[in-house]
Design a protein around this ligand. Structure first.
Ligand code: ADP
Ligand code: ADP
Length: 230
């Protein structure tokens, strides 16, 4: 897994508004889990955009895996990370089709191949309880939480060394929220996870929670520390 550091990072989108990042500093240990929280417009998504190098930061230093982000060949950088967006689109087909679609070498005819099936079976085994039985069901009938978990599973097929996860905002019920939390925790065992969290309860076990506000880190700490501080 790849660790990440932001050191005094500044960046603006080049319009009239205040810069999206104004001296942002935090780090994500390799194999750890860090959550970004804060109000809309705080700069959370910008962290992801800079890590994917959709944009280049203007000042400060970003490292990924100990290497300056500008020193990474772009394809290698993007191949090492996976981004799961909010309300990730799920194909109208079955979950099985959704998962196979994400296999890096899967094409139409390969969907039926033994390799793809073996990989899918191995993946399904790791899915949270209850989801494996849904694998034959149609995507359109899934709840928001199930769709999010499938999107995560798809990203995992690529064996990312850094997972960028934009947690669903949509009203997850308690059962789905618990399931999502379990998946995130399980993921954190295997890769580095940087998650945009809309509910502190889903990231209670993050190594660290970084609170962004108006492009700055307002505070950071464990869930317990932040709850105590309020
Ligand atoms: P949020 O949930 O982060 O408050 P929205 O859900 O309203 O924001 O919008 C989606 C996010 O995608 C926005 O935060 C915006 O910054 C980000 N975004 C939209 N277009 C781009 C882009 N071209 N590059 C980077 N980020 C973008
Ligand atoms: P968050 O994810 O915390 O909601 P963002 O990182 O999306 O915040 O946005 C930080 C600031 O940058 C906001 O003022 C937002 O409007 C602006 N912003 C985000 N994406 C874009 C974009 N693609 N173009 C211009 N401004 C953007």
């Amino acid at each position: 897994p790849l660790g990440v550091t932001f050191q005094d990072v500044s960046f603006g989108y080049g319009d009239e508004r205040a810069p999206a990042h104004q001296g942002v500093t935090f780090d994500v240990p390799a194999g750890g889990m860090v959550a970004l929280v804060g109000p809309s417009g705080a700069g959370k998504s910008t962290v992801f955009s800079l890590l994917e190098r959709f944009y280049d930061h203007e000042a400060g230093t970003i490292t990924v895996g100990g290497r300056d982000i500008r020193a990474w060949p772009l394809a290698e950088l993007r191949g090492s990370l996976a981004y799961v967006e909010q309300d990730a689109p799920v194909l109208a087909g079955t979950l099985r089709e959704n998962l196979l679609f994400a296999a890096p070498d899967a094409d139409e005819k390969e969907l039926a191949s033994a390799v793809a099936r073996t990989r899918l079976d191995a993946l399904v085994e790791r899915l949270p309880e209850g989801l494996e039985t849904a694998v034959g069901h149609r995507g359109v009938t899934l709840s928001g939480g199930e769709r999010q978990r499938i999107a995560i599973a798809r990203a995992l097929l690529r064996h990312p060394r850094l997972l960028l996860l934009d947690e669903v905002t949509s009203q997850l019920d308690a059962v789905n929220e618990q399931a999502l939390r379990d998946v995130i925790l399980e993921l954190a065992q295997r890769t580095t996870v940087l998650v945009i969290a809309h509910r502190l309860s889903t990231v209670r076990h993050a190594d660290r929670i970084v609170v962004l506000e108006e492009g700055r880190v307002r505070t950071a700490g464990t869930h317990e520390e932040l709850i105590d501080g309020d």
